[in-house]
Design a protein. Structure first.
Length: 99
């Protein structure tokens, strides 16, 4: 699991870009770092193993959307809105382990 201050190269900048954050603000950056760390922990837990959030694919997209929901103070509806995507991510891991 990546710590807030030890994210993969480029991930923080990608999240800022996805959220259309073009300004510099220490408070915003701190909140984003917390959301990214929490999102990685949450999604890795749902996935059952760590994911590569720097590569294009479902885990990355879910993380980006997790952060977007968190910025909008709407995390309580994230899982319900993304249940099918989370389940698909879990199935990918299950199938890969089986093969």
């Amino acid at each position: 699991m990546a710590a807030r201050d030890d994210l993969p190269d480029g991930l923080f900048e990608d999240v800022r870009n996805y959220c259309d954050i073009t300004w510099e603000d220490e408070g915003t950056d701190k909140k984003l770092l917390t959301l990214i760390g929490n999102g990685i922990a949450y999604l890795d837990g749902k996935r059952g193993e760590p994911a590569d959030y720097t590569a294009d694919g479902l885990p990355r997209q879910l993380l980006l959307d997790y952060v977007r929901y968190g910025r909008d103070n709407a995390l309580e509806v994230f899982e319900a809105n993304y249940a099918s995507a989370i389940l698909a991510m879990q199935h990918e891991v299950t199938v890969a382990r089986y093969a």
